[in-house]
Design a protein around this ligand. Structure first.
Ligand SMILES: Nc1ncnc2c1ncn2[C@@H]1O[C@H](COP(=O)(O)OP(=O)(O)OP(=O)(O)O)[C@@H](O)[C@H]1O
Length: 420
């Protein structure tokens, strides 16, 4: 059910005006100050519209993620809240659970911040992971991720709800290797509203000629296999034009021989240009590529270990460099971090399970080297994967207590990752 009632005046947005117009939103907005409910543990990431914090519920001790989005008076908060309202009852094993929202208001200058509390996924997003490992995901991992994503989509589509922004950055892993779709409906709504003010074009590379989640799953499978979606060498506007053009051909994997026929056939079914011939999420779940036995969380847990190994290696290299004497003899070569060359997917080795022993920290993984190699695009067009995060909300969340990481969870199947 969507919130009903008179529309909020866009240019006179305030908390009180919103709640007068939509009293039902009180069931979504839990309060005015998230820091009355949560203790800040640490910042875990930042996206186009704000920062994400790992927090602890003050009354239950439960861990959650708190995402902040800055709202300006002219933004269409009503639609964003409507999405949240629709999301509040949605529960699925493969969807990041939404716990509730908070609306903070600063008077001078007038500024609203929407804070969304949700399930914490300590394993990071798939894009975070491949940006660090710089290694194509194994086909079995891609199949597992596609299966779990399609399960979430089949459920939501049966409720007539679209995600609208499936991509590696919106697929999160828990420490136990579970796959969760984040930002259901909200990302697109926020992009559509806040995006206007930032001249943000969105993420066209994953978009079907018409809006379609199943198509985006196919593009995401290619992204995970090639570390970027098709057309990524084009600026977003040009990619959008190419997708909408008559001559647009069905996207395929670049190195055909490197992947199984089953994978090609799956992509073919997901990426049919004619939407009437394209499989639904429920139909695609029957495809042999993802219906194959043996797919499970052990695959994503192994991926997380690989990620952790690269993080540990980088930390060790930085540590080593910091300990070097300031001046070197010209004969001594500088130690270099190990090359991050991507082996062909077939040659990737599964890491032994006992290799990773320390915990993932959110500041250690360096940015993807490849993102610096990309060309600059028009200043009016925001490039999603190579973005610089916007400034944090008007003030950073005041930690209620010292931001120390909690003790390791006894339930974690990946002990080196600590508690969620
Ligand atoms: N529920 C969550 N649990 C744990 N970490 C999260 C969660 N949601 C987001 N993050 C972390 O915060 C980062 C930023 O997330 P955010 O949703 O703000 O941006 P994004 O999806 O990467 O990009 P965009 O803002 O363009 O959609 C993610 O890459 C992830 O590392």
């Amino acid at each position: 059910m969507q919130p009903s009632g008179p529309a909020v005046k866009q240019n006179n947005l305030s908390r009180s005006s919103i709640f007068r117009a939509h009293p039902e939103l009180f069931s979504v907005i839990k309060g005015y100050d998230p820091w009355e409910f949560y203790r800040n543990i640490k910042e875990v990431g930042s996206g186009t519209y704000g920062h994400v914090y790992k927090v602890q519920n003050l009354s239950t001790d439960g861990i959650a993620a708190l995402k902040c989005v800055k709202i300006e008076p002219k933004d269409d908060l009503k639609n964003i809240l409507a999405e949240l309202y629709a999301l509040k009852d949605c529960q699925h094993a493969n969807i990041v659970q939404f716990y509730g929202a908070f609306l903070t208001e600063i008077r001078a200058p007038r500024q609203l911040c929407l804070w969304m509390a949700m399930e914490y996924c300590g394993g990071k997003s798939l894009q975070d992971i491949y940006n660090v490992t710089q290694t194509a995901l194994k086909e079995s991992v891609i199949a597992f991720v596609c299966r779990e994503s399609l399960r979430a989509l089949a459920h939501m589509h049966s409720l007539h709800r679209l995600h609208r922004d499936i991509k590696g950055a919106n697929i999160l892993l828990t420490m136990e290797g579970a796959v969760k779709l984040a930002d259901f409906g909200i990302a697109a709504q926020i992009t559509a509203t806040l995006g206007k003010r930032m001249s943000f074009i969105g993420t066209p590379y994953w978009m079907a000629p018409e809006l379609c989640d199943v198509w985006s799953v196919g593009i995401t499978a290619i992204e995970l296999a090639e570390l970027e979606p098709p057309l990524f060498s084009l600026p977003p506007m040009k990619a959008l034009q190419a997708i909408a053009s008559r001559g647009y051909r069905q996207p395929t994997l670049r190195r055909r021989a490197a992947w199984t026929e089953s994978f090609h056939s799956f992509l073919c079914a997901a990426l049919r240009l004619n939407p009437r011939h394209r499989s639904s999420a429920a139909q695609l779940l029957q495809h042999q590529f993802i219906a194959a036995p043996g797919l499970g969380e052990h695959l994503t847990v192994a991926l997380l270990r690989e990620f952790q190994d690269v993080c540990s290696q980088r930390r060790a290299n930085v540590q080593h460099l910091l300990q070097m004497p300031a001046r070197q003899s010209p004969r001594q070569p500088h130690p270099q971090p190990p090359p991050l060359r991507t082996p062909p997917p077939q040659q990737q080795q599964q890491l032994p399970s006992n290799q990773a022993t320390s915990s993932i920290t959110d500041n250690s993984p360096a940015q993807a080297p490849k993102s610096q190699e990309k060309p600059n695009f028009s200043p009016s067009v925001h490039q999603p994967l190579r973005r610089k995060p916007v400034a944090p909300p008007s003030r950073p969340p005041p930690p209620r207590t010292s931001p120390a990481a909690p003790p390791a969870s006894p339930h974690s199947s990946v002990p080196w990752m600590g508690a969620g």
